[in-house]
Design a binder for this molecule. Structure first.
Ligand SMILES: NC(=O)c1ccc[n+]([C@@H]2O[C@H](COP(=O)([O-])OP(=O)(O)OC[C@H]3O[C@@H](n4cnc5c(N)ncnc54)[C@H](O)[C@@H]3O)[C@@H](O)[C@H]2O)c1
Length: 135
């Protein structure tokens, strides 16, 4: 594994357990030298996140439910204070209400799509990101 992310700081959304795609991404980024903030959705997932990041040197866990605007604002304030600027944001969030999975109309699909894709841009634009050369 190269140290291609040495000196970089990233926040990873979507770690729920060791089968989460976000967890595999976090492990790879850490091995490449990144300093990581991991978010968990709610109090129920806090202990799991703490247990997981015990294996990631220098990683820290923060709570953030992205459907709650105030939690997003609080997270980014915490990250700015802790790390200054961020170099990357990983969005690996998904949610669909169980009953919607049985529905046949496109509306529930739109709901799931909205949570999965739109906040990625919203989150990055609101984060304390390091300006890129093209910003
Ligand atoms: N598993 C697959 O086969 C597969 C295939 C293609 C794409 N994906 C996509 O990969 C991503 C991750 O999926 P996964 O398989 O790792 O599932 P996962 O259940 O492990 O991850 C989903 C994560 O989203 C988080 N989440 C849901 N609602 C949230 C909210 N309001 N605020 C904050 N976090 C919230 C959950 O806590 C969880 O950590 C999703 O975007 C999914 O659509 C998965």
């Amino acid at each position: 594994m190269s140290n291609s992310l040495q000196g970089r700081t990233a926040v990873v959304f979507g770690v729920a357990n060791k089968r989460s795609i976000a967890w595999a991404i976090a492990q790879q980024m850490q091995q490449a030298g990144a300093q990581l903030a991991i978010t968990y959705q709610n109090e129920r997932l806090k202990q799991e996140a703490a247990d997981l990041i015990a294996d990631l040197p220098n990683a820290q866990a923060f709570q953030c439910d992205v459907s709650r605007d105030e939690e997003i604002a609080q997270l980014f304030a915490q990250l700015k204070e802790r790390y200054g600027k961020l170099d990357a944001l990983v969005h690996s969030i998904a949610y669909a209400p169980a009953e919607d999975l049985k529905a046949t109309s496109p509306t529930p699909v739109a709901t799931a799509f909205a949570l999965r894709s739109i906040p990625a841009l919203t989150l990055w634009s609101r984060s304390p990101r390091r300006p890129a050369a093209h910003d």
